[in-house]
Design a protein around this ligand. Structure first.
Ligand SMILES: [Mg+2]
Length: 236
């Protein structure tokens, strides 16, 4: 499938093949107003005793971020330590989101798009996110989007985001009984890392300039399609 985003929408609505649409969370569905970053920093202080290095969160997986913290603090990565870190992180994340619920928001066009996709027979929704599975659940529940997603591939599965695509396809099959090919898969995200992980499995990437990257930067990074926001994805 090639062509414009309008061609894709037409295929999705009128074509005979199902499509798997895998959504990133931060910068794509929601803007937490920095609550994720705040929770990670509080967790680093609680567990490692310091802030650590500046964190590059855009498109990073939570396991990848933790690996960097292990290196920075010269701490051996053990399953127990990882469990302890994420237990504290989930606690701080929940508290941080609840502390000032007016901060952060669902991004433009997201609610309408997800509702329309739920009515679109050919569209199967899933997540492909750097968040841990529980972190994703906490954020989506907080913003009232949790009911749209029943499976995904997460930043608690692998540190390398490029390995998450195949996991998402396996989970899509386990959940729906449909075997989606990578060329029937669209990854929707806001960073060059989303584009990279889509192309790592031969999937398409729709990039949205609602995070830290401009439309020009996302085009430069090789996105198949770029939109200013998901409001511009018109399903009719
Ligand atoms: Mg993102």
């Amino acid at each position: 499938m090639s062509g414009t985003i309008e061609d894709f929408v037409k295929t999705l609505k009128e074509g005979s093949e199902p499509w798997l649409l895998l959504f990133d969370i931060d910068g794509t569905l929601v803007d937490t107003g920095g609550k994720g970053m705040a929770a990670l920093q509080k967790t680093a202080v609680e567990v490692f005793g310091g802030d650590g290095p500046p964190l590059d969160l855009a498109g990073s997986t939570d396991l990848g971020i933790l690996e960097n913290l292990y290196v920075h603090f010269k701490i051996d990565a053990t399953e127990e330590q990882t469990h302890r870190f994420f237990e504290a992180y989930h606690r701080h994340l929940e508290a941080s989101l609840e502390s000032n619920p007016a901060d952060g928001r669902v991004l433009d066009g997201v609610i309408d798009l997800l509702e329309k996709l739920a009515q679109t027979e050919n569209a199967q929704l899933g997540l492909l996110t750097g968040n841990t599975s529980l972190g994703a659940e906490i954020k989506l529940r907080h913003y009232g989007l949790g009911h749209h997603f029943t499976f995904g591939a997460y930043g608690s599965d692998r540190a390398d985001r490029n390995l998450l695509g195949h996991i998402a396809l396996e989970r899509a099959f386990a959940m729906t009984g449909r075997e989606f090919r990578s060329d029937q898969t669209l990854i929707i995200g806001d960073t060059p890392k989303d584009i990279g992980c889509a192309h790592a499995i031969g999937a398409k990437c729709l990039a949205v300039a609602t995070g830290q990257f401009s439309a020009a930067q996302l085009e430069e990074a090789g996105a198949d399609w770029v939109l200013g926001s998901l409001r511009d994805l018109t399903l009719g």
